[in-house]
Design a protein around this ligand. Structure first.
Ligand code: F6P
Length: 556
């Protein structure tokens, strides 16, 4: 049963008003900045420790009014309250959506379906921290008595992308002598590469799967278990199998019965709940590899960062609510100005996996064609999120953002401090780096006119090619430094942006039925790929032809 009102947003007054505005819209960021010296002050905000400048977006006062009207008309605040209260807003799976409860402080109270979920969360966190500390201080060792140094996390989607992104982002904070590796793909070359130089005696394998049924993860877990036992036997032929698995395997799941059936000691299994979506789970037990490698204190800071952004999202007025405004601007670009994609460009090499992480968060959440009540949408939903760290992207795809024919709103992310304060002679390398960050959003916003190009003495024939139209919208997100807290804030920011867009579109942002058909067909096709002609015969000519090509070309 729907507990929140799902409406067709195109029928709302605010949507129609936005449509009218878009029809007459002639943005001119040069003029807007010249006419209003306060534009930066007006459109930049602090949300927790993040400073977010929206002023280089195609936005004016009237647009903020119309977009926040739209938010009110779809009852964004009511939906937000329903989510935070633990109502079953994931209607197609009849589940609460409570990733925000994962970061509530221990003294908070939240009863959902009769249960105080905050105490459940903190009990599990205490178990994870105790386990992490035992590994870190050597109380828990490998079966041959050696200290654990490497955590191998096996998982995919939400059970991989979050942890690997955070591990990469916070690498300088990893405890000395500890590292993590992440195996996700069922392509056997992934496991092969990650295991190649690994010492089994000092390795802990963490199998992470919300459902504990995912083909890729369970296959990799069995393969790695085989590798671990074989390699340990080379060190000690007498090694006890059960003892080895107990010492070297742990798991994270909502299905603890399945973990036990797999042979993992329940003492080494950490749970979470069906109200945590996979792509919203990095701050649950799914982050256990992070708690081990960085330590519980860093993980606590990470959670505190999420919570600080949750508080902003919960309490800031819509007109100053950063995730709400960013989500509404995305709706503006997608539904009224025709944007199809959204670039995320971290000016921090440590955030190199952040765009990939956001792809699952945003696209698995908002790539939907029907509303939560089953009615088809008649407007675009979920944009394609993509990106790479700057400055690398500048030398690759930025050309299209600057001068291409498509509108690509872009988020630029940068930090005032670096973990690597190198100098090149007199030049501070971080300053060179940040000059690029500032230069790009300026170039995108204000462009370069034909007369400016001519004034440089450019040959008339190539003037058009050297003109930059400008008015390409960007958001700049800055913080003092990239650390566990600001990273938690950044992730929560995008979670709430995604939520805001989903509410406007009336869709269920928390299911993912679109990934099911492929899984089902892969299972059906496995015998065909093994050469079963009776199954190949049932396929369309393309699929059958490709399988035959594979069967002919494979070695033996
Ligand atoms: O197939 C998609 C998906 O269900 C994602 O939503 C999820 O994050 C991923 O698979 C992994 O699922 P699990 O954690 O249950 O192994």
């Amino acid at each position: 049963m729907l507990i929140v009102n799902i409406v067709d947003p195109t029928k709302l007054e605010a949507w129609q008003a936005l449509k009218q505005k878009a029809a007459q819209f002639t943005p001119n960021l040069r003029e807007w900045f010249e006419q209003d010296p306060q534009r930066y002050q007006k459109f930049s905000f602090d949300a927790a420790d993040l400073h977010v400048d929206l002023s280089k977006n195609l936005v004016d006062d009237e647009l903020v009014e119309l977009l926040t009207d739209l938010a009110r008309q779809v009852d964004l605040e009511g939906h937000r309250e329903a989510m935070l209260r633990g109502e079953h807003i994931n209607v197609t799976e009849d589940r609460a959506v409570l990733h925000t409860a994962l970061r509530l402080p221990a003294d908070a109270q939240l009863r959902v379906d009769g249960q105080n979920v905050v105490s459940d969360v903190h009990e599990e966190l205490a178990r994870i921290y105790a386990f992490a500390n035992q590994i870190r201080n050597g109380e828990r060792k490998g079966v041959t008595g050696k200290l654990i140094k490497t955590v191998v996390n096996i998982g995919i989607g939400g059970s991989d992308l979050g942890p690997v992104m955070v591990y990469e982002a916070l690498k300088p904070y990893a405890s000395k002598g500890m590292d993590a590796r992440y195996i996700s793909n069922i392509d056997p070359q992934d496991a092969a590469e990650k295991l190649a130089d690994l010492n089994p005696e000092t390795t802990l394998v963490l199998v992470a799967s919300k459902t504990f049924t995912t083909l890729e993860t369970l296959t990799n877990a069995r393969v790695v278990r085989g590798w671990l036992l074989d390699s340990l036997r080379k060190v000690d032929p007498e090694v006890d199998e059960a003892q080895a698995v107990r010492s070297h395997f742990a798991a994270v799941s909502t299905a603890l019965d399945k973990v036990e059936a797999f042979g993992i000691d329940p003492q080494n299994a950490f749970g979470f709940w069906d109200w945590v979506g996979g792509r919203y789970s990095v701050d649950s037990a799914v982050g256990t590899s992070l708690a081990i490698v960085f330590g519980p204190d860093v993980f606590r800071e990470f959670l505190a960062g999420f919570h600080a952004m949750d508080e902003h999202f919960k309490s800031a007025p819509l007109e100053q609510n950063v995730p709400v405004l960013m989500g509404l601007l995305n709706v503006w670009y997608t539904n009224f100005l025709g944007a199809h994609s959204h670039a995320v460009l971290p000016y921090s090499q440590y955030l190199h996996r952040f765009p990939a992480y956001l792809q699952q968060l945003t696209m698995e959440s908002n790539g939907k064609g029907v509303r939560a009540d089953g009615s088809p949408v008649t407007y675009d939903t979920g944009e394609v999120f993509w990106g790479e760290p700057g400055t690398n992207g500048q030398h690759a795809f930025f050309q299209l953002i600057h001068q291409g024919t498509r509108l690509i709103p872009a988020d630029f992310i940068a930090f005032a401090n670096t973990k690597a304060p190198y100098r090149d002679g007199d030049a501070d390398m971080h300053e060179l780096f940040l000059s690029n960050f500032f230069a790009q959003t300026r170039a995108l916003a204000f462009g370069k006119t034909a007369s400016e190009v001519r004034a440089e003495g450019t040959d008339e024939a190539i003037v058009p090619a050297r003109v930059f139209a400008g008015n390409r919208p960007t958001t700049s997100i800055m913080a003092r430094r990239l650390d566990a807290r600001t990273l938690g804030e950044l992730i929560a920011l995008y979670e709430h942006i995604t939520f805001t867009q989903g509410v406007v579109w009336g869709i269920d942002s928390f299911d993912q039925w679109g990934v099911e058909l492929g899984k089902q067909l892969a299972k059906e096709l496995t015998p065909a790929v093994g050469g079963d002609e009776s199954v190949i015969d049932q396929q369309d000519s393309s699929t059958a032809g490709l399988i035959h090509y594979y069967l002919e070309k494979r070695d033996n």
